[in-house]
Design a protein around this ligand. Sequence first.
Ligand SMILES: Nc1ncnc2c1ncn2[C@@H]1O[C@H](COP(=O)(O)OP(=O)(O)OP(=O)(O)O)[C@@H](O)[C@H]1O
Length: 366
Amino acid sequence: MDNTIIRFENVTKSYDDGTVVLKNINFELERGKFYTLLGPSGCGKTTILRIIAGFTDASTGDVFFNGKRINDVPANERQVNTVFQDYALFPHLNVFENVAFGLRIKKVKEAEVKERVQEALKFVNLAGYGSREISEMSGGQRQRVAIARAIVNDPDVILLDEPLSALDLKLRTEMQYELRELQQRLGKTFIFVTHDQEEALAMSDEIFVLSQGEIKQSGTPVDIYDEPINRFVADFIGESNIVDGIMIEDYRVKFAGKEFECVDAGMKPNEKIDIVIRPEDLEITTPENGKLIVTVDTQLFRGVHYELSTYDKDGNEWLVHSLKKAEVGAEIGLDFDPEAIHVMRLNETEEDFDKRLEAYGDEEHE
Ligand SMILES: Nc1ncnc2c1ncn2[C@@H]1O[C@H](COP(=O)(O)OP(=O)(O)OP(=O)(O)O)[C@@H](O)[C@H]1O
């Protein structure tokens, strides 16, 4: 059975004033998975949700739901519900009536309304809260009311537009666990919008990293963290050391004035590249044993590790996460494995990246 629930084909969105918000969006989303649209403010995340919900039209391209083109299907006939950033709860209605609202509009019978609302409230751990006023609920509880209101209609897909952004850090982390757990219990497709990379890494089955109306990379959190395909993604996801480099030949790169063994291949000799090394992949050693020699500029204790800001003689900054301490002002060595060097082609797109890997793979098989 085809497990695809939503498909975007060449979707663009522009406004009459000439603003191009989405350039050419293509993706397929599967039933029952947790997807995250991640990117800086204004990159088009909310616009994608609005097109799925039917609140706005795509300018060109096609949107499919369960294999059926839905460009012209009105919002209220789509099997989709949205949880908004500000929850959009009705302050004059109590918790029960807020959740019941959509069912009442559909003229569902009273006995069924009662049963379904109670079930939805139980699902979000708010059984017994039905008669409370919204003003008597905490931020986290309001969030759960908004989710109960979305799931009571039994939609196939739930859209969540930065639903955790109004919460303080501790509650936010709790709600991340809760939302993920809820999605798994429900078995529905969740599409979650955020500009917070940690949230995206923690919660998602698959992440779409967006910038300026384009998908820069998609994949599992581990894929995107370990194999960012360009400087934008590497910089946006996690903390990174990114420096200019040159590919000498397959498995050999040059950066910071020295040549190193690496595991990347399939690029042109002498090609200019971007190099990424994650701070946790750099190990402190003596200057004699270090592949890089750096001076420690600052050191912060972060609980689990020390965070050192260091620089080499060319002025490149190297951020280090280390369990070992160093002396501020001291010269130290940094060691790393060849696998820790991640090589990226300048401004490579996801499509070109995939083509390159495919071509390289084919060559290997010949
Ligand atoms: N009616 C409109 N007319 C012109 N431009 C618009 C209109 N609505 C939205 N935009 C523009 O579309 C772009 C993308 O907006 P969108 O809300 O999708 O971004 P976002 O990634 O969700 O950002 P945020 O995280 O700030 O909500 C923005 O630059 C915004 O100014």
